[in-house]
Design a protein around this ligand. Sequence first.
Ligand SMILES: *[C@@H]1O[C@H](CO)[C@@H](O)[C@H](O)[C@H]1NC(C)=O
Length: 419
Amino acid sequence: MMAEALLISAAALCRTSNQTTLSTTTTIMGLLKLATLSIILPATSYFCILGLLIAFPSLQTHAFYLHRVSLTWFKDLNVPEAFGFLPNQVKSFSIQTSDGEKLHAWHVLPLGVYSRNQEHLLAAPSGSDLALKLLRDDPESRLVIYFHGTAGCLASGWRPDSYRGISSASPDKIHVLTADYRGYGQSTGMPSEDGLLLDGIAMVDWAIHQAGIPASRIVIFGQSLGTAVAISLIRHYASEIPAVSFSGTVLVASFSDVATLTATYRIGGVIPVLSPLSRVPPLLAFFNSFLRSTWMSKDRIGEFIRRSESDAIAQKYHLTFIHAEDDTDIDCLHTDVLFWHAVNATKSIGIGYEELEHEKQLMKKEWGSGGWTVEWRTDKGLIRQEMLKYGVHDRLMAYPATSLAILKAFQATDPGFGR
Ligand SMILES: *[C@@H]1O[C@H](CO)[C@@H](O)[C@H](O)[C@H]1NC(C)=O
């Protein structure tokens, strides 16, 4: 439509230039052609791609989850040494989901546990369950269940650095369990919103039943897409009877829901998704009505908080949102929105967005170049928002700010932990 309008106005311009001399006309015509081509071509291909995404839902799945973009070409995911780990520091294994998918998982040992058991670990035959024993047999061990972002796999980008960073807050105790969702890396199946929740449940089941770690010694961590999986998961467990509540949850670079995300997301911080349409709300709504995955985190976080604030849950909740102000993939406003939905759910009459932003100005602790934090406390729990000045979309998950937030989440159930 946009392309047609441009064509029509270009043709009109050409017609009015009839009176001018031949040479000027040719030059203007040439320039116009060039100009229209450079606008029409990208615009047409953009709308063609949107059309294809609507017509072929599986293409949309690929475009959103990017699960086939491995980002670890020519490396074997069963060789964690290739990603900077010590021999047998990572146990590579698989977890079955309730609907028959097989997830490729890593159990990452913290450095302190590794160094104390290095000889045994090096001597252990492949397939040994020594790593699992080291986690299970220490009544003080802690586990972070890690939900990674879209694209790539459990070994790509900053993820291995992030597993190491997380353990560094208490290198004798904090283990990490990470896995590729269905369809990612070596895991079977195709990603979907329901499917990824089942994957999360399978990981929690492994932690509680295979590794024997109670929820009070587990922190749920998510980054980017992983925040949506994490929120869906904690909401699920909060509505179980009896409710299961984890020591805490840390969410890095969250998004409020897919519709808002596509209106603001830029792939690699550059290529817009639906933001060109966001100026035409009906058009945007039209495209959004074809979304297969909506990931309504803003509603789910409200449900989680309402449930946790009710008497149904005995344990306190502990929720941290972290976002970097220089994140060009997902705007940090998404975290403001999620924090608002969470806080709103603690109040029986709710609170307006602007009103809360005003209160936040008064409560804010400023850390200069380190950003700022706001903490919202109730009798039943704590909601923290940490805004970093630096950290972009993914580097911050390997930063000490993230490791410390996870340590605090463990201290929610054991104030002496790591001190
Ligand atoms: C805020 O809470 C109130 C009261 O529970 C609710 O009616 C309202 O829908 C909530 N608003 C948002 C944006 O979640």
